[in-house]
Every structure is written in structure tokens, then in C-alpha cells.
Design a protein around this ligand. Structure first.
Ligand SMILES: [Zn+2]
Length: 122
């Protein structure tokens, strides 16, 4: 089991718990997570640690839906973002210009939480 991923997920659980508490939700069906390929978090390890991180919280039993985000750098020569697939290869894959301007790949954020919000009877 990976302590690093577990720590990240505890933060995710805390975020969703706050959202659930403010909307009065008692159950969470699914949690969406955007994970960049350079974020240092492995989607497989996250999925494996999720039941442990969510146990005993409002997110217990919720499905963790991981959206992987490819890394990209902004190339000033091409004047656009170019995807990179090698870790730390901060070079435009099209024209070879070195660029440290990473525009995506480090994401680690909750995108949504699907919650059961009790509705008042009309
Ligand atoms: Zn380029």
C-alpha cells in the first residue's frame, strides 16, 4: 500500500466531506479526480488506496473516477501547447525548443462529487 497516495486521498476525502456537509448530503456516489501524468500520483495506486482512505467517511463506497491529464508544455516557437509524453522532457516535441513552461500534467484536483442530497418533500 502506498502512503503517498493515501495522503493525497485523505485530502480528497476532506474536500468532499466539506462539500457534503455544506449541502446536507449523507452519501457520495462518485468522486471525480483529475490526475496529471506529472503529478507524482499513480492512478492504479490511487484506486487501490481509495477504499482505505474513504473508509468510515461520507465517501465510503463511492466510486473514484480518475481522469488522467497528459502533460503538455507551451512552446513559444510553435506558439501553442504541445503534449509531451516523457517525464521531465521539457522540450517541444515538434520543433525541439526547450521550454520550462509546463501548462498541464501536474493536476491533482477534485472535479466533482456525486452526492445524494436529501430533497424537502413538497
Ligand atoms: Zn515547438
Amino acid at each position: 500500500m502506498c502512503v503517498h497516495e493515501l495522503g493525497l486521498l485523505r485530502g480528497v476525502v476532506a474536500t468532499v466531506e466539506q462539500a457534503a456537509a455544506s449541502s446536507g448530503a449523507t452519501r457520495v456516489e462518485a468522486v471525480g479526480l483529475r490526475v496529471g501524468t506529472l503529478s507524482g500520483a499513480e492512478p492504479e495506486a490511487l484506486a487501490g488506496a481509495w477504499p482505505i482512505a474513504s473508509a468510515g467517511t461520507v465517501t465510503e463506497g463511492a466510486e473514484l473516477v480518475i481522469e488522467s491529464v497528459a502533460a503538455a508544455v507551451f512552446c513559444p516557437v510553435c506558439d501553442k501547447a504541445q503534449p509531451i509524453d516523457e517525464f521531465f522532457a521539457l522540450t517541444c516535441p515538434v520543433c525541439g525548443t526547450p521550454t520550462a513552461n509546463l501548462v498541464s500534467g501536474r493536476e491533482f484536483e477534485v472535479t466533482y462529487a456525486d452526492m445524494d442530497i436529501p430533497r424537502a418533500h413538497t
